[in-house]
Each structure stands twice: as C-alpha cells, then as structure tokens.
Design a protein around this ligand. Structure first.
Ligand code: DCP
Ligand code: MG
Ligand code: MN
Length: 350
C-alpha cells in the first residue's frame, strides 16, 4: 500500500522501485489491471530485498517476478531508465486515454471509441460527442470529481446527512466506510452504509433511503443522481440496494464558494448482513480479494452479504452454495471463523 513508500529511499533497490512504480501508475491510468497488479507485486517483492538486485537472472529467482519484468529490472539498473516508460510518457493516445478514463463511469471501451472517433480533448467531447447524462456530469465537473475530499470535509458532509437521516428515522444507523474508515487523510468519495436493528432484508430500508434522497435533494445537498435504486432489481444478487450520486456541502454548513461537487454512495445493508458488508465496504479492494481467496481455500465463500459454507452439490456445472456461517453485525466473528488475526480498519491497506 501507499503507507510503505516513505521507507523506499533507504532500500538498495530504491531507483528500480521508483521506475517500476511509474510504470505501475501508467498501467493503472490506462486501466490495464493485470499489468498494474503484476508491477505492484514485483514492487512489493523488491521492497523486501536487503541487497540490490542487478541482473535479470537474480530478479527472476524472486517470487512474483516473471522473465519480462526481470529483464526490465536489469535494464533499469544498467541504464538508469526504462525505454518502455519513456515511450509511455510520450505516447499521445496514452495521455488522451488517461484523460478520458478519469471521466466518471468511463471505461476503456468508451474512451477508445471516442479516440477512434477523433476526439482528443474534454472540450471536443463536450461539444461534439454524443454523451449520456452521466458522462456529461463527469465532464462538466471533471476537476471536482477528480480531486480528493479532505477528511474534515467527509466529516462535515456526513454530519449533514446524519442530521437529516435522524429526523426521518431516529433508529437508523449510519457509518462512513471505504477509505475514510481505513483512516485515510482524503477520500475519492464518501461511502455511507445504512442499517437498522432488526432488519433482515434491504427492502425494509428502501423507503427510508427514498425519503432521505428526497429530503437531501430538496435541500440542495444532493445535486445529481448517477445510479439510482430502480436500476437495481430486487432478488438479484449484488450489494443490496445502493444509490450513487453527487453532493455539495451547502455554504451555511461550511461549504466552499463556488460549491465543490463530491461523489457520494449510499448502501443499504440489513442487520443480518452487516458484518460481511462492513468488511466489503471498508476494503481496500486488495484486502477484500485476499480475504475472499482465503475463504475459498478453506472451502468457504465470502462476499458482501455473508460468509457461506460452500456446498459442492453438482447440479449440471453450477455450484450450489448454502449454509450461511455468520449472520449479524459481527465483523470479528468472520475473521475468527476464517482463522485470521483481527485487523483494524486502518490496517487493511493490502
Ligand atoms: N470495493 C471492492 N471492489 C471493487 C470496488 C469496491 O472490494 N471493485 C470495496 C472496497 C472499497 C469499498 O468497496 O474500499 C468502497 O469502494 P470505493 O470505490 O469507494 O473505494 P475506497 O473508499 O476504498 O477508496 P476512495 O477513497 O477512492 O473512495
Ligand atoms: Mg470510497
Ligand atoms: Mn464508493
């Protein structure tokens, strides 16, 4: 995670790590998940070395470093640079692609399509492209939606929501998950998890959320809807019910002038699924992935709704799962059953 970067300068492979990190950032920017994961793993391996790794052969002997990455490590050590990175930095489509990919909700397919259609700048898109309402929001508020939300502002936004929520239903419980719960100084969005004692399905919370959205919209706190309740089909799987949109901190609540648009997510979680949902929505994504892998290794299945015993009845080629192991609000029980040491939210970076 980002936390160990400060120690890199003392590492004998500091320069190699720096270049590989730039490469990793590049792949993250152009949404190449596999390569960015491969680079991150290699960087973690190098961070653990106490001697400098100079040749491809030495590098390839280490865990999580394949032959192509090993060759790149040798190139960095012997030339102090990496041609692939120089190339990535001057690649014009790479720059355009990364600009387009930062538009909220835009993925590789859409970004590449725009490039093929000849669009080069956000201004091109604004004026000439055929945009969905969400894409237009993403472009009109590009800078706001790409800037981090300081922790204090997350708290002010949350206080605003909590006050209105409490007026609708005093028994509702709200918590900020995501990077905020992990203790981050700033967040990309604000993730609000909503639950209530005694609830068994998210359907029991839907009316509350509808009321909350209405009130917050009327007050000018919510300014755009990106993904609403009705896009979610009851009975289908998924994280229960959710709402994604944008909000602003009103001036009278300490908001800046001009108002800054922020991304906000509401997630409905019945009390019976709260523990598993807390783990999922606290993240981070890598931590979730490793927890799910661990569960699978122990013949169980973990998702945002619960920890299940995998019942391997074969029904055609479909796996039938059953036997929920943990019901309720207890995050710690899930760690216990998985046999892993409890980790506080702020220790869940990787
Ligand atoms: N999550 C996940 N896998 C995904 C997306 C999300 O496991 N593909 C989980 C882990 C995240 C949490 O949901 O921590 C919230 O998602 P966010 O996208 O809001 O990510 P964070 O809150 O962690 O970071 P940010 O500060 O960028 O919002
Ligand atoms: Mg978040
Ligand atoms: Mn989110």
């Amino acid at each position: 995670g980002t936390k160990d970067k400060s120690t890199d300068s003392q590492n004998p492979n500091a320069r190699t790590i720096e270049v590989l990190q730039a490469m990793c950032d590049y792949y993250t920017r152009i949404n190449d998940r596999w390569r960015s994961i491969a680079y991150r793993k290699a960087i973690n391996t190098l961070r653990r070395q106490t001697v400098e790794i100079c040749t491809a052969e030495e590098a390839a002997r280490l865990p999580n470093i394949g032959s192509r990455l090993a060759a790149k490590i040798e190139e960095i050590v012997s030339t102090n640079r990496l041609r692939r990175l120089d190339y990535a930095n001057d690649e014009p489509t790479g720059q355009i692609l990364s600009t387009f990919l930062k538009i909220y909700g835009v993925g590789n397919a859409q970004a590449n399509k725009w490039i093929t259609q000849g669009f080069r700048t956000l201004e091109d898109l604004r004026q000439k492209a055929d945009l969905t309402p969400n894409q237009r929001i993403g472009i009109e508020h590009y800078d706001d939606l790409n800037s981090r939300i300081p922790r204090a502002e997350v708290e002010a936004l949350f206080a605003y929501v909590r006050r209105e929520a409490g007026a609708i239903d005093p028994n509702i419980e709200l918590l900020v998950g995501g990077s905020y719960r992990r203790g981050a100084d700033s967040s990309g969005d604000i993730d609000i998890i909503i639950t209530k004692k005694g609830t068994r399905t998210y359907g029991e919370l839907v009316h509350f959320l509808e009321d909350l959205i209405t009130v917050l919209g009327r007050k000018g706190f919510l300014v755009a809807t990106l993904a609403a309740l009705h896009t979610h089909r009851p009975g289908k799987d998924g994280p229960g019910s959710k709402w994604h949109g944008c909000c602003v901190l009103p001036k009278e609540a300490g908001g800046r002038d001009p108002l800054v648009w922020r991304r906000i997510d509401f997630l409905l979680v019945p009390e019976t699924e709260y523990g598993a949902a807390l783990i999922y929505f606290t993240g981070n994504e890598m931590f979730n992935r490793s927890m799910r892998l661990l569960a699978a290794k122990k013949g169980m299945r973990l998702n945002q709704r619960g920890l299940y015993k995998e019942v391997m009845r074969k029904k055609g080629s479909v796996k039938v799962t059953g036997g929920e192991l943990v019901k309720g609000r207890d995050e710690k029980r899930i760690f216990e059953i998985l046999g892993v040491k409890w980790r506080e939210p702020w220790e869940r970076w990787c």
